[in-house]
Design a protein around this ligand. Structure first.
Ligand SMILES: Cc1cc2nc3c(=O)[nH]c(=O)nc-3n(C[C@H](O)[C@H](O)[C@H](O)COP(=O)(O)O)c2cc1C
Length: 422
């Protein structure tokens, strides 16, 4: 009897619709790092972090949010890519992120209303409806509803950033249409109450997403990959639902989209962190796999699922068909790769480290969620500084550290944006 362990299907290559090949089925999902330099450019810390993931064996690295508009940042310290930014730092970043031969795509994002008031730039959104989070709504500005000309400018910004990503040596972009950011705000009837061509029926609410995909595609070469991160649902009563996601994917089928990553939720209903407002998913492992299978049944492009995956067996299970529905093609992993950047290489070598993501059970859910993010981000900052991840970071200290850092970076951001305007 042979004692050879059968190869895991996670390490089979995948050819995308445009002919590009991912060397395996594991992707590092987007994690905003807030590690850009004073000019909102990627520097040494980001290069070191991305080189660690590349060395760790993922087939695809998706960057954290890269902001297409300097006046609309999800948070201070975000990377900004627009026509006035130099390409050299992005070229160096792409080189580090691809150093082991994997794909590296930039995630292009516009947060819409999900920006902090402290940044001082106000907010735009499909409609003038603010973010509502118990005990935290006051931290977000009341947004201004976008005019049609503003929408055209935003579409152009996505396309310009994609062209710059390609010129820098990244192999693709992922358009962020999930998590309650601008495109997701357009998709949801809760945040989109427009009465014009971008509001009302789903076909109108999806217009921005479809226009962005078309504009991006028109500006990049056919071998450059274009992906979309979409919510399988918002997990809010009356919000963007699974049936809507299925319909949107049918429309995306008609466009040259290479990969759809499915997640869920928003700041108001953080399902992506396993904590939806309506309690409709089990907050344990692989939160969105059943939804992904449902959507995969109609999708012509490969489907990636992200959320709650930390164990190889769970990842392998998600690749398998179930109840007449297909398996997913790519497994997205975020938090676990902050604690174990070499998880893919370890899994390939049949080494299964136990990845324990600390659970924070504070009564104030908003603070617990912020602390959980801070604990993960602390790992990114450690790796960027050339240190090892540290599992037992105190959530309270991580939260305090992240708030102090955010205040410092917000001040720096305001000085930068004032310099740019001068
Ligand atoms: C610190 C942190 C930052 C994140 N930043 C982003 C981001 O920039 N863009 C995005 O689409 N998702 C972001 N996410 C969500 C992840 O991509 C992912 O959907 C979520 O964490 C669930 O996957 P996981 O259980 O493997 O962490 C972030 C998550 C964490 C923990």
């Amino acid at each position: 009897m042979s004692d050879a362990v059968p190869a895991s299907p996670l390490f089979a290559p995948l050819t995308l619709p445009n002919g590009a090949v991912l060397s395996n089925r594991l992707a590092k999902a987007a994690m905003e790092e807030n590690m850009a330099d004073g000019e909102h450019l990627p520097g040494e810390a980001l290069r070191r972090l991305y080189a660690a993931w590349s060395k760790g064996g993922v087939g695809l690295i998706l960057s954290g949010n890269v902001m297409i508009d300097p006046t609309a940042l999800t948070g201070p310290g975000g990377v900004v890519l627009d026509a006035s930014q130099p390409l050299a730092p992005f070229k160096a970043w792409a080189q580090a992120a691809r150093s082991s031969g994997n794909h590296a795509w930039l995630q292009l994002s516009h947060p819409g209303r999900q920006v902090m008031k402290a940044m001082g730039q106000g907010a735009v959104a499909p409609s003038a409806i603010g973010v509502q989070i118990e005990g935290a709504s006051h931290l977000f500005p009341s947004p201004r509803a976008l005019e049609p000309e503003d929408i055209a400018t935003i579409v152009e910004r996505f396309a310009a950033a994609a062209a710059m990503a390609e010129a820098s040596g990244f192999t693709g972009v992922e358009i962020h249409a999930a998590h309650g950011y601008l495109i997701s705000q357009f998709l949801s009837p809760l945040s989109n109450r427009r009465a014009d061509a971008w509001g009302g029926p789903l076909a109108n609410r999806a217009r921005l997403l479809l226009d962005v995909v078309k504009a991006v595609r028109a500006r990049v070469s056919p071998g450059f990959c274009v992906g979309v991160k979409l919510n399988s649902a918002d997990f809010q009563k009356g919000g963007f639902a699974l049936e809507d996601a299925v319909e949107v994917v049918r429309w995306l089928n008609e466009l040259p989209v290479d990969l759809i990553e499915l997640s869920g939720g928003s700041y108001e209903s953080p399902a992506m962190a396993g904590a939806p407002q309506d309690g409709a998913i089990s907050p344990r492992e692989a939160y969105f796999v059943d939804f992904a299978r449902e959507i995969g049944a109609v999708a012509r492009m490969p489907i990636m699922v992200t959320g709650g995956i930390r164990r190889r067996a769970v990842a392998e299970e998600a690749l398998k068909p179930k109840d007449g529905r297909p398996g997913v093609a790519v497994i997205g992993i975020a938090s676990a790769l902050a604690f174990e950047p070499a998880l893919p290489a370890k899994w390939r070598a049949n080494v299964m480290p136990e990845v324990v993501i600390p659970e924070i059970r504070w009564k104030k859910k908003v603070f617990a969620r912020l602390a959980a993010m801070a604990v993960v981000k602390a790992q990114l900052h450690r790796i960027g500084a050339g240190r090892e991840p540290k599992r037992n970071v105190s959530p309270l200290l991580a939260l305090i550290g992240s708030q102090v850092g955010a205040a410092r970076r917000t001040k720096r951001y305001k000085a930068w944006i004032a310099r740019r305007a001068a």
